[in-house]
Design a protein around this ligand. Structure first.
Ligand SMILES: [Ca+2]
Ligand SMILES: [Ca+2]
Length: 199
């Protein structure tokens, strides 16, 4: 009983997305691809930061033109933090972006789609252990339309979903806190499955 109460509490925190701070996003003027083929902010002017619960910026109510910190064109946004992985397994990732994007988890390049594009799709997967993994997402806009989303399919999932705020954090939580959060996420997954089963 106590464990359930605790899991619900942690789950509430995780869903709120602020248990250990949401992802930190940094905005830079301009964009570039370095000699290794990677989106790079070296030498770019840093314009500012904002807190981002999840990467979900494809907004047709704005005419598919995202303006982070009010910057319309010729910019780079990077997200730095940690992905809280609820269980060991193969995780699939999908991006839709305009323009280029790269996603690194730990030392793995999971999505590598850095070219100029009109809402292109990036796909990749990573074999991950339960726990916190460093996340590095780089995105840039050249001109006109812009936006970016990052989705995943955890093991067993059949549909793409935006990587939820509850598993994206800026700071590495204490190991005990990670364990509690993972219990909460597992409870949430069980509830979700039961709801689907009821339908
Ligand atoms: Ca824009
Ligand atoms: Ca564009």
């Amino acid at each position: 009983m106590k464990a359930n109460w605790l899991a619900a509490l942690v789950l509430g925190s995780a869903v709120a997305g602020n248990a250990w701070g949401d992802l930190r996003a940094d905005v830079y003027s301009g964009w570039q691809i370095d000699l290794s083929g990677n989106i790079s902010t070296v030498g770019l002017t840093h314009l500012g930061t904002f807190v981002d619960p999840q990467i979900d910026h494809w907004d047709n109510t704005q005419g598919y033109r995202w303006n982070p910190l009010g910057v319309d064109e010729l910019y780079t946004v990077t997200w730095a933090g940690y992905l809280l992985v609820p269980a060991d397994g193969v995780y699939e990732f999908r991006s839709v972006s305009d323009d280029g994007i790269q996603v690194f988890i730990g030392d793995q390049t999971v999505i590598n789609n850095p070219g100029l594009q009109w809402y292109g799709e990036g796909l990749g997967s990573a074999t991950l252990t339960a726990g916190a993994h460093a996340l590095d997402v780089r995105f840039y806009e050249n001109f006109t339309y812009d936006g970016v989303i990052l989705q995943w399919k955890p093991p067993g999932a059949t549909e793409w979903a935006i990587v939820p705020a509850g598993v994206l954090v800026t700071q590495v939580p204490e190991p005990g806190a990670v364990a509690l959060a993972l219990v909460g996420l597992a409870v949430a997954a069980g509830v979700s499955r039961r709801r689907q089963g009821d339908a």
